[in-house]
Design a binder for this molecule. Sequence first.
Ligand SMILES: *Cc1c(COP(=O)(O)O)cnc(C)c1O
Length: 375
Amino acid sequence: MKVPFLDLHGQYDPIRAEVLEAVTRVCDSQRFILGPELEAFELEIAERLEVGWAIGVSSGTDALLAALLAVGVGRGDDVITSTYSFFASASSIVRLGARPVLVDIDPTTFNLDAEAVRRAITPATKAIVPVHLFGQSADVDAILPIARAAGAAVVEDACQAIGARLGGRQVGGLGDAGCFSFYPTKNLGAFGDGGLVVTNDEGLAATVRRLRHHGQTEPYLHTSVGGNFRLDALQAAILRVRARQLDAWTTSRRENARRYRDLFAAAGLAGQIALPEERPGRDHVFNQFVIRVPDRDRVQQQLEARGIGTAIYYPRPLHLQPCFADLGYRAGDLPQAERAAAETLALPVFPGLTESQQVQVVEGLKLCVQQTQSV
Ligand SMILES: *Cc1c(COP(=O)(O)O)cnc(C)c1O
């Protein structure tokens, strides 16, 4: 039996009729841009995420772009973020003419190291972008006071962490603005691209709403230069249906993570494979279940040969990307991220993964690790 890294059918088949009904409703209305479906989705998701305002946008990348623009990031500014993240965490900063200041991670959570953030602050620091990587909140309680003291905005990259909490509060609303992605593999996926900016600041919400629609305040009156960052009514309608399943899907992901812990412990692999750590007070939503394993690339190939799908997030930290060479970083500058890039492996954790599939993953890994040790 094969174990796919991801199978989205389990999240679609049971709600197929409701999804198609929502799609039909939008098609019959012939209202595809802005309008009531998007407005309804924004109100529902703001309530779910416990924030004042939610603004649907075209992707998680555009959410970051619009939020950073809204807090005033531009040419000559520095923005601090994690070097161990998806490309958009840093590219959105560069797109605005600002400079990403890439800092290292805490090796146990893979999230931004708050001490490294403190050391990176300069008078040019305009914003900090903590990334809630793999579904666990970054240490925003430590980062927020550092940002406040420096007069810098905090824009959360919560693209992988919808529903995660820090001390009971949901991510996204912890700082000045929060950004989510509805890319199909995220915990709440659309049927295409989509994203969201959330905030508790009414003025900031109005700015983001304007920016996503060409900075327009009334038809053909532009008070600033935004973009076409709108979320389609079709995606909003689909997301309204799918959002009702989010809690159940998150419960399933957490249950899968707990079961991996039991299975790894029973297999006696605790010494050789490092499992993801869930810090107290942080409700991890396991967009990814990421382990560290010796000789990672070979282990991945051997698992693949046994029909077990895995993925690597991320094989190259952002400070070593060719397009950021002019930032002047070198290999060795941010060692924790570089080590993680060489050692981490994401295992299947999607909702609907079965216990027998998980047993197969752990047994496969046990064989791989034994082989690695015997050569
Ligand atoms: C997915 C993701 C993004 C970008 O989202 P898109 O919707 O694909 O544009 C940004 N940051 C992180 C951490 C992500 O995982």
